[in-house]
Design a protein around this ligand. Sequence first.
Ligand SMILES: Cc1ncc(COP(=O)(O)O)c(C=O)c1O
Length: 393
Amino acid sequence: MKRLRSLSSESPTLTAPYAREDLEHLLARFGSPLFLVDCNVLRERYRQLSEALPGVVLHYALKPLPQMAVVRTLAALGAHFDLATKGETALVKAAGISPDLCIHTHPIKTDSDIRDALRFGIRTFVVDNEDEIGKFVKHRTRVELLLRLSFRNPEAASDLSRKFGCEEADVPRLLDLAARLGIKVCGFSFHVGSQVPNAQMHAKAIQVCAPLLAQGRASGQHPLRVLDIGGGFPTYLDTSEGEKIGDFCAPIREALKVLPADIRVIAEPGRFLVASSATALTTIVGRAERQGRRWYYLDDGVYGTFSGQVWDTTQYPIQSLNTEGPFYPSTLTGPTCDSIDLIREDIHLPELEIGDVLMATAIGAYTTACASDFNFVPRARIVAVNTDFAEAD
Ligand SMILES: Cc1ncc(COP(=O)(O)O)c(C=O)c1O
């Protein structure tokens, strides 16, 4: 559990955008590299998405930033949770979250994953094929299933429907199978892909699911009453996300109007809630002149916090705390011996020294969560700031 430890009892208070002295103070206190999670930003993002999707229950998908401080901060606002693994289950359990607020959304699970989630008290699971439905026969009196549909989306940064979800044509067969096995299906789910440029596919998926819900209800086969519209809500790496998410969600709000009022609509947002909450601080540990360029070697890199550059194909805004002097095209690399560990080429920076600090912003989603211990390079220390709970974990 060490990686998941929050430092809430030591949580400093910061006002964003952060003053250089405050950041230097934090580095002196906690060391470098440092990954700051700002709970004020989490609160603001949760508020923005709640306003953009009125009436939709938000289940935070833990995967982009599985941190205790994030879970506690969102729980205090009334968030529900979307879990996919034993580790995520352990984290929400340790945070004291009620299992009634959680759903398990991994479409492919081992029996041991299922037993673990059931022991915690989760009752709602996602499936997308016959084998997965079959895994619930022995638990049929204790569970309800969401049937996940696939909606391929080439515009998504990560087209999750390539890997998961049944076809619309499979739905009657899978509903029949579940009914024959005595397993209740309570609704449908989908994920139209992560970081999508617009909500057209969300709207289309709702339009496909609405008649499926109506037909299924009419048949009386299953107690269909939930539509899970997944995640995918994008982050724009700038400060106007609040306005943009309202516009982004307009087609979703419109599409949801066709659903009967007693359908419970839920969503599984991940990156939108956490991306802009985090700031990474990394220190120059070495430098060199190569091919006429300034090269800076940092204590964090693409095997660490900047892993999102590889796994999430995202380039994070980077700046130097020292902003004085003429700027030169420079190269930033990470601390490992691998040549892939290159953070940025052609970034314009002042002349920097060993010990100077660089700051990357909007780096909260799929970054530390995907980092590795390659070369035994220590990961960035994670510090939650602006928490509103006092106890340590
Ligand atoms: C099942 C599921 N739900 C939610 C999410 C979160 O998606 P996003 O970060 O795009 O909101 C993911 C991401 O992989 C997922 O697989």
